[in-house]
Design a binder for this molecule. Structure first.
Ligand SMILES: Cc1cc2nc3c(=O)[nH]c(=O)nc-3n(C[C@H](O)[C@H](O)[C@H](O)COP(=O)(O)OP(=O)(O)OC[C@H]3O[C@@H](n4cnc5c(N)ncnc54)[C@H](O)[C@@H]3O)c2cc1C
Length: 376
């Protein structure tokens, strides 16, 4: 197995795949190593919403990054379709964020005010107006923000397309291969040791989602990334036309072009356990029924769970590990890794090819103290 490339990327989720394909595109030789199957963890579990305005609760660098990433999506999926033949089903019908109680109405109006004052194209709809757009919504819905430019995608198809794109661009792909440890000479990276053998590279990018901390801990670097389980389900939309993503305080519904409606999601701390529990799934379904009561008659299809890579400040961690040469992090995308994948790939490729970190300043690892307890 011993062989050499410019870059090794650890982790074949949406973040690792996007980075690997982008680096190959700018002329690097890249090896991507995944311990399971490509995309098989958080990335396949996601609902596929591309919704920075729904997700981020205040103006700032994370919202700016989300908006920029959303803008990249249209061309990204077009390029992927041309290169792979896969249509990732980007839907641009927009997102409705609904309020059903006094408190939610207050929260919605505050959100509307700051987003409007930042210049975003959003509309505040009355209960009647929103019922016109989505007749199956609960009569309890009093108001909604309609955000016409937010979107959703079929993340399963996106992952398939990225794997093909990576192959087209000659990325060396290893599935079912776990990185056991990082290889280094002093504080300079030299490669990785996997359960199938060793690979050499002077630059290693760790994009291992919720598992990133385990990999870095072995070299005395303590990355504040931890798993937050999301339980989620799918129902058949056959009898229930729903044309927008609907998001409320009790959950969300994401209609897909393949006739599924994805309903989600819990946020629970269960370590690395990604079972679906009776409590979790029933909460998700109850939440969805409170927003769209007719969903109670929809055939149930499936429930599953994934581990979101959360960070201490809920911002991703992107860029070089301080005091190390050739060791870069791209992790901690928490609830928004699908949304943030294209911009993450661009920023990391920019850094790797030019050493430039200016555009990812707010997300650099050096905002945390990364020295592990063993080393202190
Ligand atoms: C229920 C749910 C709903 C979500 N909905 C959305 C949404 O609507 N929109 C959105 O933008 N985001 C959403 N997210 C968040 C999104 O899924 C994540 O932010 C994103 O998938 C993180 O991608 P990743 O590549 O960093 O992690 P992962 O997809 O977890 O990939 C990391 C990979 O690293 C591999 N790995 C770990 N250790 C090793 C090792 N030692 N050697 C080799 N490989 C290793 C793992 O096997 C894994 O495949 C959701 C998440 C969940 C759970």
């Amino acid at each position: 197995m011993k062989s050499c490339s410019d870059i090794i990327v650890i982790g074949g989720g949406i973040i690792g795949l996007s980075i690997a394909t982008e680096l190959a595109h700018v002329g690097m030789t890249v090896t991507l190593i995944e311990k399971g199957v490509f995309g098989g963890e958080a990335s396949v579990a996601a609902a596929g919403m591309l919704a920075p305005l729904k997700e981020f609760t205040k103006p700032g660098p994370l919202l700016d990054m989300g908006v920029r990433s959303l803008q990249l999506y249209k061309n990204w999926v077009l390029e992927l379709k041309e290169a792979t033949g896969i249509d990732c089903q980007l839907s641009t019908a927009g997102i409705l964020t609904v309020a059903m109680t006094d408190m939610e109405e207050k929260w919605l109006q505050e959100r509307y005010q700051w987003q409007k004052s930042e210049g975003y194209d959003i509309r505040l709809l009355s209960g009647k107006e929103v019922q016109k757009q989505e007749p199956h919504l609960s009569k309890m819905v009093r108001q909604a923000i309609y955000s016409p430019h937010e979107a959703d995608i079929n993340n399963r198809l996106l992952l398939e397309a990225l794997v093909i794109q990576a192959k087209n661009r000659n990325v060396r792909l290893f599935q079912n291969t776990a990185v056991i440890r990082l290889k280094h000479a002093g504080r300079k990276m030299t490669g990785v040791v996997t359960d199938k053998g060793e690979l050499e590279a002077n630059h290693v990018i760790v994009a291992a989602g919720a598992w990133t901390a385990d990999i870095l801990r072995q070299v005395g670097v303590d990355v504040p990334v931890y798993p937050v389980r999301g339980q989620i389900a799918a129902v058949d939309s056959n009898h229930l036309p729903l044309s927008h993503v609907v998001f409320g305080k009790n959950g969300y519904l994401v209609p897909k072009q393949d006739r599924r409606i994805i309903v989600g999601a819990t946020e629970d701390l269960a370590g690395f356990d990604r079972s679906s529990t009776v409590y979790g799934v029933s909460n998700v379904l109850t939440g969805a029924m409170s927003i769209v009561p007719a969903i109670s008659e929809a055939p149930f299809l499936q429930a599953w769970a994934g581990l979101r890579p959360a960070t201490a400040d809920e911002h991703p961690i992107l860029g070089p590990v301080p005091n190390w040469s050739g060791l870069t992090l791209a992790c901690g995308h928490y609830r928004n890794g699908i949304l943030l994948a294209p911009i993450t790939a661009k920023l990391i490729a920019e850094y790797v090819s030019s050493d430039e970190t200016e555009h990812m300043n707010p997300f650099l690892p050096n905002r945390f103290s990364l020295v592990s307890y063993e080393e202190k």
